[in-house]
Write a protein that binds this ligand. Structure first.
Ligand code: PRP
Length: 190
C-alpha cells in the first residue's frame, strides 16, 4: 500500500534549502559563469533527469551565447545506493570538438557518473570541459572528483526536490528537502 500523500509537500520532513536560497545561489553561479566565459560561446549539457530544473534556471542567468543539449546516464537503480555502473542511455546531438563545454549535474554523490561522463566527453576533444553541480556530497565520494562550480555542499542525507527524486518522486518540489521516514518503506517503487 502506498503511503504517499496526495500533496507532495506533506511527505516532507525537513526543508534543507528554500526556494529563495536556491534562486539566489543559482543567480550567483550564472553571473560567475557569464564572467568566466565572457567573449566565448558555451555548450551547456545537462544530465537527465535530475539536473533538468537546475539547468532550466541556471541558463536563464547566463548571458554569454549558449547551445544546449542533454545526456542520460544511468548509475542508480531505484535504491539509494549506487550500483557502481554507468551506461549512456541517450547521447548528445551537438558536436563538441573545439567547443567550450559545461556539464550540469544536480548532485555529485560517489562521483562515478561524472567521472565516466567527463572521460567520455574529453575523448571528443572539447576546447574546455567544466562541471557544475547544484549539490555536492563529498562524504559519499568513491572516486576523486571536484566540481568547477558548486551550489551547495550537503552531508550524507538523501535529499529530494528541485529535480532530485526518490523512486522517481519529488522532482517537482521547488525546494530541496528530506522526506518523512515512511517514504523509504513505500512498496510502490518503480
Ligand atoms: C543521480 C544524479 C547524478 C548521479 C550522482 O542521477 O542526478 O547523475 O545520480 O551520483 P554519483 O555521483 O554517485 O554517480 P540518477 O542516476 O539518480 O538519475 P536521475 O538524474 O534521472 O534521477
Amino acid at each position: 500500500m502506498a503511503h504517499f500523500s496526495h500533496n507532495v509537500h506533506e511527505d516532507i520532513k525537513k526543508v534543507l534549502l528554500t526556494e529563495e536560497q536556491i534562486r539566489k545561489r543559482v543567480a550567483e553561479l550564472g553571473a560567475q559563469i557569464s564572467e568566466d566565459y565572457a567573449g566565448k560561446e558555451l555548450v551547456v549539457i545537462f544530465v537527465l533527469k535530475g539536473a533538468s530544473i537546475f539547468f532550466a534556471d541556471l541558463i536563464r542567468s547566463i548571458v554569454v551565447p549558449i547551445r544546449i543539449d542533454s545526456i542520460a546516464a544511468a548509475s542508480y537503480g531505484n535504491t539509494t545506493k549506487s550500483s557502481g555502473t554507468v551506461r549512456i542511455e541517450k547521447d548528445i546531438e551537438t558536436p563538441i570538438e573545439g567547443k567550450h563545454v559545461l556539464l550540469v549535474e544536480d548532485i555529485i554523490d560517489t562521483g562515478l557518473t561524472l567521472s565516466y561522463l567527463k572521460a567520455y566527453f574529453e575523448r571528443q576533444k572539447p576546447a574546455s570541459l567544466r562541471v557544475i553541480t547544484l549539490l555536492d556530497k563529498p562524504v559519499a565520494r568513491k572516486v576523486q572528483l571536484i566540481p568547477d562550480y558548486n551550489g551547495f555542499t550537503v552531508g550524507n542525507e538523501f535529499v529530494v526536490g528541485y529535480g532530485l527524486d526518490y523512486a522517481q518522486r519529488f522532482r517537482n518540489l521547488p525546494y530541496i528537502a528530506i522526506p518523512k521516514d515512511y517514504v523509504w518503506n513505500d512498496e510502490e517503487k518503480e
